[in-house]
Design a protein around this ligand. Structure first.
Ligand code: AMP
Length: 424
């Protein structure tokens, strides 16, 4: 069998790329409004960055990374980036951005790679739009990120969205809560799903957001994180909620929301679009006050989120919110005869120099076949050049919508078409 694309990847063909441009343009415009600037980092990094940044006990690090030898140094490996935050923080540190500005507002759009079980809405190569706001512990920064994501989804026309927020604590209050969780689940260990059994001592918080029915049942009566936050975390969360309310954003409190990455502190949030079914999380994020230090940088509180572009597209498609692709007015130049072909090429070129979309067919096909092609590409104007017209210094201009035609001099045709197209 011919070679096929790797499992869990997609070819983005011209017919769908218009939708991507539409979303990306909306994102870039909105990020500019909020003062975020774009960064592009390598698609692979030293594996250690993700081990330290994302956390060794997370699903991503334990089973989803694509790692390979660097080829330069023995025992050193690279990993295709599974998410964007660790890379953004690495770039922030390596380029000493912290020394140049007190607050950094970055966004990125690009492919991420996770060796996960592919299904609808879950791919091995997928794209994320993400935002990182570094250098502030202000609760308004958390609310700013949530507002941005909600405005984006609203501007794209999505309704029925739900944003869940929670506080996952910090190194002051989480260790004690962790112990409480272990003590709570330990007697029920054997009844937990296999994955949660393995999480019990390594990352017991993750048991709280296990989707397995039996684990959810076992978690009934569990000590809630919200009752175990330190004063600082409580205070921060209180203000985040107040800022969201001030901005008129509706949100739901979900005390079980913990998210899959270790680096989150305080605020965690997730945007759900339930019609997507099991892969309903469109975006997720939170505060990560310890990550920059974890990666050997200065203490730098930060907050951010990442949105899955494929899931966003699926949601927009489901609600019929993707706009019709706009067709630019275009011209097709029909050439009949060898001399005419050269002249057609000259005209096509002159039109393109004026940024008018123009095509011709150079292999000497029949008039009928060339007109068929002009129809296929939806040309609005057709210029017909035969050797006879050429001898008289003229061409025929045909208006495809009305089928009317007129004779125009060779000297005039380029300007005439340019005026018609640009004048629209
Ligand atoms: P995460 O980096 O895991 O917090 O994910 C952030 C967002 O990326 C999720 O809400 C999804 O929309 C999207 N996402 C995560 N993993 C995948 C995947 N394997 N395929 C498609 N989208 C994904």
């Amino acid at each position: 069998m011919a070679i096929q694309k790797p499992r869990g990847t997609q070819d983005l063909l011209p017919s769908v790329l218009g939708n991507w441009y539409y979303i990306e343009n909306t994102i870039r415009r909105l990020c500019k409004t909020y003062g975020f600037e774009e960064v592009r980092t390598p698609m692979f990094e030293e594996t250690g960055l993700f081990l330290r940044g994302i956390g060794e006990t997370t699903d991503i690090v334990q089973k989803e990374m694509y790692s390979f030898p660097t080829g330069d140094k023995k025992d050193q490996s690279y990993t295709l980036r599974p998410e964007g935050t660790a890379s953004a923080v690495r770039a922030y540190l390596e380029n000493k951005i912290y020394g140049q500005e007190s607050i950094t507002k970055w966004f990125y759009i690009g492919p991420m790679f996770r060796h996960d079980k592919p299904q609808a809405g879950r791919y091995r190569q997928f794209h994320q739009f993400g935002v990182e706001l570094l250098g502030t512990q202000a609760p308004s920064a958390d609310a700013e990120c949530i507002s941005l994501v909600l405005q984006l989804l609203r501007d794209l026309g999505l309704k029925d969205l739900n944003v869940e927020v929670n506080s996952v604590g910090c190194p002051t209050c989480r260790p004690a809560y962790r112990e409480k969780l272990i003590a709570f689940f330990e007697p029920k260990k054997e009844e937990l799903c296999e994955l949660c059994q393995s999480r019990l001592y390594k990352n017991p918080l993750r048991i709280l957001d296990c989707k397995e029915e039996k684990c959810q049942q076992l978690a009934v009566g569990v000590p809630e994180l919200s009752d175990n936050l330190c004063e600082e975390c409580q205070d921060h969360f209180h203000h985040v909620k107040e800022y969201l309310t001030a901005a008129g954003e509706k949100f739901t409190l979900n005390p079980r929301l913990v998210r899959g990455l270790d680096y989150y502190t305080k605020t965690a949030f997730e945007v759900q679009y339930t019609p997507l079914g099991s892969q309903s999380a469109v975006a997720g994020g939170g505060r990560y006050d310890g990550l920059v230090e974890e990666l050997d940088g200065p203490h730098t509180p930060a907050v951010g989120f990442a949105m899955g572009m494929e899931r966003l597209l699926l949601a927009l498609e489901k609600q019929g919110l993707l706009p019709e692709q706009q067709q630019e007015d275009s011209v097709f130049v029909v050439a009949l005869g060898e001399m005419a072909q050269k002249e057609a090429f000259r005209i096509t070129n002159a039109l393109r120099n004026a940024y008018v979309k123009a095509e011709m067919e150079g292999s000497g096909k029949s008039m009928k076949s060339q007109m068929k092609y002009a129809n296929k590409i939806n040309a609005k104007y057709v210029i017909i050049i035969g050797d006879n017209e050429l001898a008289e210094g003229k061409v025929i201009l045909k208006y495809m919508d009305t089928s009317e035609q007129e004779t125009v001099s060779l000297a005039e045709i380029t300007n005439r078409i340019t005026e018609l197209v640009k004048g629209n």
